[in-house]
Design a protein around this ligand. Sequence first.
Ligand SMILES: Nc1ncnc2c1ncn2[C@@H]1O[C@H](COP(=O)(O)OP(=O)(O)OP(=O)(O)O)[C@@H](O)[C@H]1O
Length: 233
Amino acid sequence: MLTVSGLEKRYDDVAAVADVSFELEPGSLAVLVGRSGAGKTTLLRCIDGLERPDSGSIRLAGEPLEPTDAALVFQSGALLDNKSALENVLDGGLAREPVWRELLGWHTPAAKRAAIERLHAVDLAGYADRRVGDLSGGERQRVGIARALQQEPRVLLADEPVASLDPATARAVLERLAAVVRRENLIGLVSLHQPRLAREVADRYLGLSDGRLTVNETATEMDPDRIAEVYHG
Ligand SMILES: Nc1ncnc2c1ncn2[C@@H]1O[C@H](COP(=O)(O)OP(=O)(O)OP(=O)(O)O)[C@@H](O)[C@H]1O
């Protein structure tokens, strides 16, 4: 269980995240919704350890969440175009390897095997040697997911992971992400701007408004009108 309690992050006089508390279960995908500026990115960055909250706590199974417990899916634009899909995925795991390996860019056979499995998990089994710059937007985004999985996270986070994709590709990428979360019993939290896609993958909705948590409901508790309201209100 991921337990966020009383989380607060301020930028000068703006509370980007204000007294936010919720719990998320392993094996389920929560969709984070809210208008532009509601605090979604800030919340995801706090959980990933990229921002230091001003107060509150983030715990995993009762222990403080370590930075290596969570991985944020890289935006596809942040991948290295001149490297292969496999190399981009392997780079995701570098933080877990000794510094000398990181400096030399050497990877163990076990890390390579794991990276190939990650590519397989996102339906890119035959793409290991393909240059990322030559892949489609949806394929690139799936490399981004595989790269995050290479960190062996228990919490998988993504900020607008399908924003730049056409609807059919966006659905395929999200379905793959949801399948991995469920199969590997991860705690998934993804911000999404598209209500229709959210309906297809969400196990739970978390809604932010001016930094405050205004929605925390399971997908089965939410009727379609309410989902529309959450997105527009
Ligand atoms: N580094 C920063 N310095 C100052 N203010 C910031 C910073 N990052 C975010 N903010 C402010 O915090 C609030 C929340 O921003 P955040 O990016 O978390 O919202 P968001 O819901 O992710 O928005 P969007 O959907 O547009 O990405 C906004 O008022 C924003 O201007």
